[in-house]
Design a protein around this ligand. Structure first.
Ligand SMILES: [Zn+2]
Length: 187
């Protein structure tokens, strides 16, 4: 810390978690020793397997083009859990352990609805990941993700879209216009 102070760097620029490095987005989410420990607890972490971790944005693009939607949801949930924990350090002076952050991220991964818009070449145009207000059944979460995707597609006023979902029941319910089900209000 003294070395950092002697370089003219304010204590407000220092990472509140490790108190050892200058804080920036990539440090907070990827390179901080604490954050690395959390990412290393994800056994199937595509970035660890493929060794891609130049920046957080690079990681996002890598996950978008090489991993599944479930991986994308877990990726954003872990990043969100690491960021929330950093804020705990700022406001409360202490936070969770890497294991606790990883477990809370894993438990919350199903409570995120993610939607990805790709163009006709498969290139990513827009991404939206949103925490849900409560824990829902998998099919309802899929329907909510589809709703977010349709809303996201409305912003650039895309004239024609093709939707994909992991849930065949969700697709079937939309195709059959099943408005009498528990998620009929969304269809
Ligand atoms: Zn740090």
């Amino acid at each position: 810390m003294e070395v950092i102070n002697s370089r003219g760097i304010s204590q407000y620029d220092i990472c509140p978690v490790c108190k050892n490095e200058v804080e920036c987005l990539d440090h907070a989410l990827l390179y901080c020793a604490f954050s690395s420990s959390v990412w290393n607890l994800w056994p199937e972490n595509p970035m660890r397997i493929h060794g891609i971790r130049k920046s957080f944005l690079d990681s996002v693009f890598f996950i978008l083009s090489h991993a599944t939607l479930q991986d994308l949801e877990l990726f954003f949930t872990i990043a969100w859990a690491i960021w929330s924990n950093k804020n705990r350090f700022v406001h409360e002076g202490s936070g969770l352990s890497p294991d606790q952050v990883w477990k809370s991220a894993k438990a919350n991964a199903e409570d995120f609805a993610c939607a990805v818009i790709r163009d006709h070449n498969g290139q990513v145009v827009a991404v939206l990941c949103k925490p849900l207000q409560a824990c829902f059944f998998a099919e309802l979460t899929e329907i909510m993700a589809l709703e977010q995707g349709v809303l996201l597609a409305q912003e650039p006023q895309l004239p024609r879209i093709i939707v994909e979902s992991d849930s065949s029941n969700a697709i079937q319910a939309i195709q059959e216009n099943t408005t009498g089900s528990s998620f009929g209000h969304l269809i």
